[in-house]
Ligand binder design. Structure first.
Ligand code: PLP
Length: 459
């Protein structure tokens, strides 16, 4: 029941109308989507929903963006697919140029895959091949954070800090060492935000040393957390400390910007907020094609890519690498983001959204924390704001809030951490096109949703 509640298990239903193929017909839990426009979606009964989360933090341009649709149509008419062993393709070249220009120095090369999980795989494989090519083949461990999320495939799961997934899949993957994520809201005893972030950075160094620095290849983290930590932003000194520690031990730093990249935090890469601690490799997905087609990306320095190329080439051939149709969509998406200055809008609307959420927090017993950067935000749900109490599993907070939200025409994206250990939150990550009026509508519908849920758990 937990897996069904969390929506984790979705398979195409053969002959059935929707997902979750093992549920009998007539018991599907979701309405059927009809169409979308901007930040709104409609179901087939004509009910309208405002999207407070961009689906799973993906639809950065909202729906029915005509520039993207026109680019998709134009590319489809020219060519949808051309084999990599025969051709380069124009959209891939143009998108690589634009993405590397936006990413700036240190990211001269872009590699395009089908999504975030595959971007994680490609980043790990690139790091490993780079080490081997440099005669440093003893380095293979990739440290991750607990909690963290880097994708559903086995390589990505091996660096993902999620005990539920580890317990099931440990036998078919190499579980990599994890270090604590520097939470800022609920802190261990005798720590404040700063001291705990220092503790977490020190734990990274201690783990590298304990594992044997000469065996550690890379450290992967989300610079602004996604669903796994609920938009966690660490104090500035954490980012510099992580960079220094990685440099000291010859460890590559990988930023997973699958959620935080493509303008969502107000800059193209969230990494730009900490310019003195640039990562070596960055992954993106979700927002770069904004849900219009599947697309993921790895950004790396030319020296790394050339070293791997000279050693025989990157061992990561997928049929859909640099797919022309997806690259044409990604190009139109990024041009929209730049031409409409949506990164500035993300920064401004993010500040406005957090201010409005803090107002709701003053009168809500269950809104514990408001955090985030740009339009990558979350609110933490508690049973008592003063005590910061994590809701008991039986209260089904995330599931119920999502259900009540849908009833109120509000789409929410929620997470209860494994066994509730780190807390429970709702992502507040509307499309980057969101206006002040639409932000107000999201906040009003959210406040109503919280009030209904609060009265349910008090009753
Ligand atoms: N990394 C992060 C931070 C994510 O949030 C996700 C997806 O939610 C992924 C990787 C995996 O991306 P995908 O679902 O496109 O494979």
């Amino acid at each position: 029941a937990d897996a069904i509640d969390s929506g984790r298990d979705s398979f195409g239903a053969r002959g059935g109308p929707v997902d979750v193929f093992y549920l009998p017909e007539g018991t599907h839990r979701h309405p059927t989507v009809s169409h979308g426009d901007g930040v709104y979606l409609w179901d087939t009964d004509g009910k309208r929903y405002i999207d407070a989360c961009s689906g799973p933090v993906t639809t950065n341009l909202g729906h029915r963006n005509m520039r993207v649709i026109e680019a998709m149509r134009a590319q489809a008419e020219k060519i949808c697919f051309a084999a990599r062993q025969h051709f380069e393709n124009e959209p891939n070249i143009a998108l690589s140029d634009l993405a590397t220009d936006l990413a700036g120095p240190g990211f001269e090369r872009a590699f395009f895959v089908s999504g975030g999980s595959e971007a994680t795989e490609a980043a790990i494989k690139l790091a490993r091949q780079y080490a081997v090519a440099r005669g440093d083949a003893g380095r293979w461990k990739v440290l991750g954070r607990d909690p963290g999320y880097h994708g559903a495939s086995l390589g990505a799961a091996s660096v993902t800090g999620d005990p539920t997934s580890e317990a099931v899949f440990a036998s078919v993957m190499q579980v990599m060492p994890k270090v604590p994520a520097p939470f800022t809201y609920r802190l261990p005893e005798n720590h404040d935000t700063d001291s705990y972030a220092r503790h977490c950075a020190a734990a990274l160094e201690a783990t590298i040393v304990a594992e044997g620095a000469e065996s550690v290849l890379a450290f992967i983290m989300e610079p602004v957390g996604g669903l796994a930590t609920g938009a966690l932003v660490a104090p500035d000194h954490y980012y510099s400390a992580v960079r220094e520690i990685c440099d000291r031990h010859g460890v590559l730093l990988i930023y997973d910007e699958v959620m935080s990249g493509a303008g969502r935090t107000g800059t193209f890469l969230a990494a730009e907020h900490w310019p003195d601690s640039r990562p070596d490799i960055v992954t993106l997905a979700k927002g770069i094609a904004a849900g219009y087609t599947p697309l993921g990306m790895v950004l790396a320095p030319s020296e790394m890519v050339d070293t791997v190329a000279r050693s025989g080439g990157f061992l990561h051939g997928h049929t859909y690498v640099a797919n022309p149709l997806s690259c044409a969509v990604g190009l139109a998406v990024l041009r929209e983001v730049v031409d409409r200055d949506l990164m500035s809008n993300a920064a401004a609307m993010g500040t406005y959204l957090r201010k409005r959420l803090s107002e709701v927090q003053e009168t809500s017993r269950i809104l514990g924390d408001v955090r985030g950067l740009g339009l990558l935000n979350a609110i933490e749900i508690v049973t008592d704001r003063d005590k910061k109490e994590i809701p008991d599993a039986a209260l089904r907070a995330s599931t119920r809030l999502t259900e009540i939200g849908m009833g109120n025409g509000l789409l929410l994206y929620s997470r209860r951490t494994a066994n509730g250990k780190y807390g429970e939150w709702l992502m507040l990550t509307p499309p980057l096109i969101v206006s002040e009026e639409e932000t107000d509508e999201i906040v009003e519908r959210l406040a109503k949703t919280l009030t209904i849920y609060e009265s349910e758990i008090i009753a």
